[in-house]
Design a protein. Structure first.
Length: 222
């Protein structure tokens, strides 16, 4: 059987790392990226993965990732997991710093789309899949979460249209639910974040998604 290849962004911790570990255990070949070089290389070394540290909002770094995908002969799975939170403490939209929102849109919306554009030829050829990690903040009105939620809502709609345009590629925009991650701790504090399940709790549902390959769409994980 041909070894499957996945590119996972935001793979040095949290959901990205938990999924990378599970896919590696299942025999996948991995290309992993995150901004923190030390943590990324430590994670990738234990998984036999290729680690390319950098910011997905940087076009030059995205070019390196695209070149790595080509060198690996194509891609079966793209996981757009890297994400920024935006301004903290979480501000109301009336006072949201627009420069911060502009940067957040680059990371949470434009970077995933740019990686999708680069990966699509290979994904079409291999009937691959795209997982765009979303949030319930994309569809619910949580005070303070307007900036982050707006970027995730935009990612949801990009995914929705992409699914209609690319019938040979599975496109899922996935809401993993509240998880005990560094991002949640930054938003609500470590004490509240620690009450949420760890990201590894949702990995089995993601693996089922890949195995069963349902129709493209928005997926809220249990």
């Amino acid at each position: 059987m041909t070894t499957k290849t996945a590119l996972i962004t935001g793979a040095s911790r949290g959901l990205g790392l938990a999924l990378a570990r599970a896919l590696a255990a299942d025999g996948w070949r991995l290309i992993l990226t995150a901004r923190g070089a030390g943590a990324l290389h430590a994670a990738a070394g234990g998984l036999g993965a290729l680690a390319l540290a950098g910011d997905v909002a940087d076009p030059a770094h995205r070019d390196r990732l695209a070149a790595a995908v080509r060198d690996h002969g194509g891609l079966d799975l793209l996981v757009n997991n890297a994400s920024g939170l935006g301004a903290t403490p979480l501000p109301p939209l009336a006072g949201y710093p627009l420069a911060v929102l502009e940067d957040l849109l680059r990371t949470n919306v434009l970077a995933p789309l740019a990686l999708i554009q680069a990966a699509l030829p290979g994904l079409r050829e291999r009937r691959g899949a795209i997982v765009n990690v979303s949030s319930d903040a994309a569809v619910a009105a949580y005070p303070g979460w307007g900036g982050y939620g707006a970027t995730k809502a935009a990612l949801d709609q990009l995914s929705n249209v992409l699914a209609a345009e690319e019938p040979e590629v599975a496109v899922w925009w996935v809401d993993p639910g509240e998880m005990n991650t560094a991002m949640l701790a930054e938003a609500v504090g470590q004490e509240e974040a620690s009450a949420a399940p760890g990201p590894q709790a949702v990995v089995p549902a993601l693996l089922r998604l890949l195995a069963e390959r349902p129709a493209s769409g928005r997926v809220a994980l249990p």
